[in-house]
Structures are given as C-alpha cells and as structure tokens.
Design a protein. Structure first.
Lengths: 208, 249
C-alpha cells in the first residue's frame, strides 16, 4: 500500500478518536448543515475536503437562495497518483428542498473540465454531471443517505468527438459537530463497458 | 443532522468514529486491488520441422497451404517449410482461400514481450499474395510511440503508395481507464482510415467491421481486439501500451 494511502488512513484513525470534535463549546447551536445535501440559506458557506480513492479534493458550497447552492470543486488523484493522475474543476448548482421530517432530498447538476496528462501534453475534457440524493436523519447519530450520479464525458480528439457515460451509486453517513461537518461515503463507479470499481471518500468540512 | 450536539452527544458518537475508520480501512484495502486488463495475444508461433523457427530475415516467400483457421504452412523453394500458428479465440482467422505463392513479412523482435512480460517475439505479420495484394495482417504489439500511444508496427502500415491496406491509429476516449500503480491504463479506440487518409470508422475494443471496400479493392475485415495506453506514473517493468488488431480479406 503506497505511503500516501497509509498516511491518509492514519489521519482517518486519528479522526476516529473520541476526543475529535470535542472543542467548539462556545459556538451557539447552528441549524443543520450537510455536505451532501447543502440547501444553504443565502450567503451561507460550507467548505470541505474530500479524501478518497480515486478522487480527493476541495469543495465550496455557497447558498445563493433558499435551498439553492452554487457549488465549486477541485479534485485530483491525491492518494493514487497526485502528480500525474487526472485532475478536474467543476461548478454547478444544487437544490435541496427543506427537510420533510427526517427525510432529505437534493438534486445537483454541474459542468466541468477534466485534465488527463499524456506523454506529450495533456487532454482537457468537458464533463456534465447530474446527481440525486435521498437521505434520512438519525438525530444525534447524523444522517444516512443514498446517492446516484450520472456523468457524460467528452473525449476523443479533433477528428472524432467521443461521448461516454458512466455513473456512481453509493451510500454515506454524515455527522455535524457544531460547525464541523464530517462524512464518509462508499460508492461504486458504474462503467457500462467495464467492471464496477469500488470507491470511497472521507469528508471533513466547516460551516461558515 | 445533529444540531448543536452536546459533549454527552459527542461521547455517544465515539463508537461511530471507530466504525468509520474501519470502513475506510476496508475500502482502501479493496481499492488497492485494481484488476489488470486481461490480454489474450494472438501469440504467433513459428515452427519448422517441429522446432521453433527464427526468421533469418524480414520476408519468407513460398507456397502457402492453409491448414486451419489459425494455421498456415509456407514451403519455400529452397528451405524447409515453416508453419505459422496463432490463437484464434478472439475471432481472427486466415482467409479460407489463402494459398499459393505468398510473401510472409514479419515484425520480429526476440526481446519483445506481452504486457505480462511473457516473450512475444512476433509483433506483427502480413501475408501478401502473388498479385502483390496484402491479404492478412496481425498485430500483437506492446510498443509505444513518442506520444505514449500504441505504435502501429510497420507490417500494418502502408509500405507503398499503391498499397490498398487500411491505415490504423488509436484514439483515446479518456473516460474509460483502469487505475494502476504503474500508470492508469486508458482504453483506446481504433480509427481506420482509407489509404488516402480519409477516416472510415472507429472500432471499439472487441468490435469488427466487415465488407469494407478500400478504393474499389476487395473488401477488408478489421478486428480490433484491444488497445490501451498508460498515462501517469509509469514503471519501466510494465508495458506502456498495447495494440492487438487483425485485418484480412
């Protein structure tokens, strides 16, 4: 197992200590926040870090109107091949209607560019992505959710533009400790012409 | 989502943290086992008198006799006969009517290997009939060009302007790849062009097209078995590209 992956896991284990998140006592209670569902009030901001395989990254969710967020994220293969792996930048919108009891729902759409380094130069590819989440609040135990995503990927070259589609299906769990937002998610990368690839990510965020 | 969780609540949540760490550990372990791309080369074998035969030059001329879909015997006028065999499980076969005087052109490198490191000295071959027409081409090559893409061996290239052989080049979809510690392997498509460089079509891996007529000549069948190239953190011990193609008429 590569050293970077070991370091990431060590960080995860540290986070797993009971002492983690025991600070922030002076902060008054906050309304519920979620990295996965967003649905922020206008001007509210969530900043987060995803650490995972294959992709890790940074993410910002900014509330622009009730239930509607502007999202921006950068990702790269941090634990796999940080210097020569793919990287991407995406922006989009997400809509999350107000919670209906413990039930949560969110819809998202984004566009982005994925950079694939090559032996000579690199290839930049347009990506369009849609996402649907459904979740259930567990009170002080957090929130569990299911996530489905579909992606269109424009590849090929100037002679032949190739659109490919793939998807993700996964489940996650989130917890809010005052302003600290934590989550873990496992998901399958669904590839129509190849085998399914398991993925995971650990999410750490801050509610502003 | 818990709002304003108390210290008591935080302590109550201690056990899920341990569960989270264990889940991450299990997932990381699973993700480290990214499968290799299965490669089944044509693995051309050359024998003479029951023993392996090393070609003394690029071309062997003789009278050909088709012994089966994947077996052809060529009897030169002044040397022992040579038998060419390859694995037909991918669907390639010598043309049923292949026979008579032929030239066998070989791309032979005794040091060449397949992506798993097994010897694969025949990177490609072509068979030209007595009229000078190319009838059959096989490519089994792990060679990469300067751009990192699979290198098309010379036997599958146009060696003369009048030669009516389809031209091959690979195109990356970029979306389809297999993660690897030795450079991610990106699946390529095969672009087939007419001898005048006009693009004819793209072939996915495992796809074939038949009835292709190149400038009025007899139709070709092109079978794209598999091609890929690596991108990222490359290792010297692993092949950087793979191209496996057959074409015949």
């Amino acid at each position: 197992m590569p050293p970077l992956r070991l370091a990431a896991l060590a960080g995860t284990l540290l986070l797993a200590s009971p002492a983690a998140g025991a600070e922030q006592d002076e902060v008054p209670d906050l309304p519920p926040r979620s990295l996965a569902f967003g649905g922020l009030e206008g001007g509210q901001l969530n900043l987060s870090i995803d650490l995972g395989w294959l992709r890790s990254g940074l993410r910002a969710d900014l509330g622009v109107a009730a239930g509607i967020d502007f999202t921006a994220r950068l990702d790269l293969f941090l634990l796999h091949d940080p210097a020569r792996g793919q990287s991407g930048v995406h922006i989009g919108l997400r809509y999350a209607p107000g919670p209906d009891g413990p039930l949560r729902l969110a819809l998202g759409a984004e566009a982005g560019a994925v950079l694939v380094p090559e032996a000579s130069g690199s290839a930049t590819n347009l990506v369009l992505r849609g996402e649907l989440l459904g979740g259930y609040g567990l009170g002080s135990l957090g929130l569990v959710y299911l996530r489905l995503a579909g992606r269109g990927f424009r590849g090929g070259d100037v002679q032949d533009v190739l659109w490919r589609a793939d998807g993700e299906a996964g489940a996650g769990w989130e917890l809010q400790l005052r302003r600290l937002l934590l989550g873990v998610e496992g998901f399958a990368w669904l590839r129509p012409s190849s085998h399914v690839l398991p993925q995971w990510r650990v999410r750490v965020g801050w509610a502003f | 989502v818990s709002a304003g969780l108390s210290e008591r609540g935080a302590r109550r949540c201690a056990w899920p943290w341990r569960g989270l760490a264990l889940a991450a550990l299990a997932a990381a372990w699973a993700s480290a086992c990214s499968p290799e791309i299965e490669v089944r080369p044509f693995r051309v074998e050359l024998t003479s008198g029951g023993a392996p035969w090393v070609p003394p030059g690029l071309i062997l001329s003789g009278v050909a006799t088709r012994e089966g879909p994947g077996s052809l015997r060529i009897a030169p006028a002044t040397a022992p006969a040579v038998t060419i065999r390859f694995d037909t499980s991918t669907g390639a076969a010598f043309p049923a009517d292949l026979g008579g005087q032929v030239d066998l052109v070989l791309d032979y490198d005794p040091a060449a290997a397949d992506p798993e490191g097994a010897p694969l000295p025949v990177r490609g071959l072509r068979i030209v009939d007595a009229t000078g027409r190319v009838r059959f081409v096989l490519v089994d090559s792990a060679a990469a060009g300067g751009d990192g893409r699979p290198l098309v061996p010379f036997v599958a290239q146009q060696l003369a302007l009048a030669e009516d052989i389809p031209l091959l080049e690979t195109v990356a979809s970029y979306a389809e790849f297999e993660p690897s510690a030795c450079g991610d392997r990106y699946y390529d498509l095969l672009r087939v062009k007419a001898p005048n460089l006009a693009p004819l079509f793209l072939l996915e891996r495992g796809e074939r097209r038949t009835g292709i007529t190149v400038e009025g000549a007899p139709p070709w069948t092109v079978l794209h078995v598999l091609s890929w190239h690596r991108s990222g953190r490359l290792c010297t011990r692993k092949a950087h590209a793979w191209l496996q193609v057959a074409e015949w008429r």
